[in-house]
Design a binder for this molecule. Structure first.
Ligand SMILES: Nc1ncnc2c1ncn2[C@@H]1O[C@H](COP(=O)(O)OP(=O)(O)OP(=O)(O)O)[C@@H](O)[C@H]1O
Ligand SMILES: [Mg+2]
Length: 490
């Protein structure tokens, strides 16, 4: 396109220069003829021996073009005027035409002027001395020959240029298109690779530009070879990233798993210690001493927190590893109602509402995981809002999706936290949350459970209204493919 534009500019410049040169050449030719006629008008007078019939004998000479006008003046008066008409006839120009011609300076220069009714003329005036006294002869040659020739030249140039440009554009499109086919294949490969999800999971071998297009002989081939090298590096980096992720996941899962056993023993020993009192049943400070009672309570609450944390970590590790979910028909209405009843029992100071559609909403999924996700949302509405807060749990069917929505009119989530609230270990006031037993994994589990069901979790929050939505597809849930054969054995 740009080359055609460049060619068009060159053609226009060449055309303009050619036209101007041609016009100048034609005017020079016209002036030469005008000089010859002017000389001719004086020549007989140089050997003038007596009176003549006419002051303008050259007008009737052979070869004088039709339209040539001559005016002879002496003493300021027009003595004779004639215009060559077709067939050798000489007509008299009009008075206005004569007046215009009479106004031309007798300085021997060439002028271009408009003769009324005749158009543009090239004019020259000369002096001649005759036996009857000095005579001024003005000769005018029609200019339209120059204009006509230039117009025709411009028309021919325009047609030839347009045709040439069209042919050049077609030829350029065909040739460039042919030459750029390898580049198209390179860009198609790059586009396909860029559409692959590279930010998570295992990256299978990235596509490469075919070797035939990646030869070092052409620029495109060198670009393709460089792209292939780049893809090789990216593939290596992604494999390393995936291996590290898998190692981390396995480590986390193994560590969580391993922690369960010592935690269970600590819990058991704590119970044993509690029984080891005066009567074997009481844990009152009077029986076991105030410091031991305090230490026991701290140990037990620590065990509860740690067990919950370990279970959360284990669950997240399993979801990350893409372990297949249970696939059962789950009635979301009863699931949400059960979870709300549990929450109500745990926090009777809150106002708990349930909104369910008339038609029951069922999905295929893992009931335990879904129950945990809903419980986490309700626990947040319970823990992070003051008593008296109204919490509404709703199930909605919308656009082929089932939505579980938990809304509360509590203080809301601070804007800075809202952006990363679904991240792991993202908590509000860290010190208060930690004291309240928060670990910051609840919403990470919600979003991981939603993703495992091919759904998603969202939140909007402002003071007085916080809405968590889990959107789940209504169709059957496909198992997530395990990331690789390296799935942790948890
Ligand atoms: N309904 C809510 N109202 C106000 N703040 C909320 C609400 N839900 C969550 N948050 C804020 O988001 C943070 C993250 O919640 P998340 O459930 O992930 O962790 P957590 O509740 O702190 O700990 P965990 O759930 O693991 O015990 C919370 O610490 C809290 O500050
Ligand atoms: Mg929580």
């Amino acid at each position: 396109m740009s080359s055609t534009l460049l060619l068009a500019v060159v053609c226009v410049v060449v055309g303009v220069i050619t036209t101007l040169a041609m016009r100048s050449y034609l005017i020079t030719g016209l002036d030469d003829r005008l000089d010859a006629l002017a000389d001719h008008s004086m020549a007989p007078r140089s050997c003038d021996l007596g009176p003549r019939d006419t002051e303008l004998p050259y007008l009737t000479a052979f070869g004088v073009p039709d339209g040539t006008v001559g005016v002879a003046r002496s003493g300021g008066e027009v003595r004779e005027a004639g215009m060559v008409a077709g067939g050798g006839a000489v007509l008299e120009p009009s008075a206005r035409q004569q007046a215009v011609l009479s106004s031309v300076h007798a300085d021997g220069h060439h002028y271009t002027l408009i003769l009324p009714g005749l158009g543009a003329y090239r004019v020259k005036t000369v002096h001649a001395d005759t036996h009857t006294g000095p005579v001024t002869v003005t000769t005018a040659l029609p200019f339209d020959y120059v204009d006509r020739t230039v117009s025709r030249l411009v028309a021919v140039e325009a047609v030839v240029t347009a045709g040439g440009l069209l042919l050049a554009a077609i030829a350029a499109a065909v040739i460039i298109g042919y030459n750029l086919r390898p580049l198209n294949r390179v860009s198609a490969t790059a586009t396909r690779v860029s559409c692959q999800p590279l930010d998570h999971g295992e990256v299978t071998a990235l596509e490469r530009v075919p070797a035939a297009d990646a030869g070092p002989g052409t620029e495109v081939g060198r670009v393709a070879a460089a792209l292939n090298r780049l893809l090789g590096h990216v593939e290596g980096a992604l494999e390393a990233r995936y291996a590290t992720e898998t190692r981390m996941r396995r480590f986390l899962a193994d560590a969580s798993h391993e922690l369960r056993t010592p935690l269970a023993s600590i819990a058991g020993y704590a119970q044993l210690l509690r029984r080891d009192t005066a009567d074997g049943t009481s844990d009152s400070p009077e029986d076991i001493g105030p410091r031991t009672a305090f230490a026991l309570r701290r140990i037990e609450s620590g065990i509860v927190r740690m067990s919950a944390l370990v279970e959360d970590l284990l669950l997240l590790a399993r979801l990350d590893a893409g372990r297949p979910l249970d696939r059962e028909d789950v009635g979301l209405g009863s699931l949400v109602a059960d979870a709300v009843h549990d929450a109500h029992a745990a926090a009777p100071g809150h106002r708990w509402l349930i909104e369910l559609p008339d038609d029951p909403v069922h999905i295929t999924g893992d009931p335990d995981r879904l129950h945990q996700a809903v419980s986490n949302l309700l626990a947040n509405a319970r823990v992070h809002t003051p008593p008296g807060t109204t919490v509404t749990a709703a199930v909605v069917r919308l656009d082929g999706q089932a939505l579980i929505r938990v809304t509360d009119d509590g203080p809301g989530i601070p804007a800075a936290l809202l952006l990363r609230v679904f991240e792991r270990f993202a908590r509000g006031d860290a010190s208060r949350s930690r004291a309240a037993g928060s670990s910051g994994l609840g919403l990470a589990i919600v979003t991981a459970v939603a993703a495992a069901h091919h759904g998603r979790a969202d939140v909007t929050s402002e003071p007085g209204r916080t809405v968590f939505t889990v959107a789940l597809p209504l169709g059957p849930v496909r198992d997530q493919p395990p990331p690789s054969g390296k799935t942790p054995s948890t």
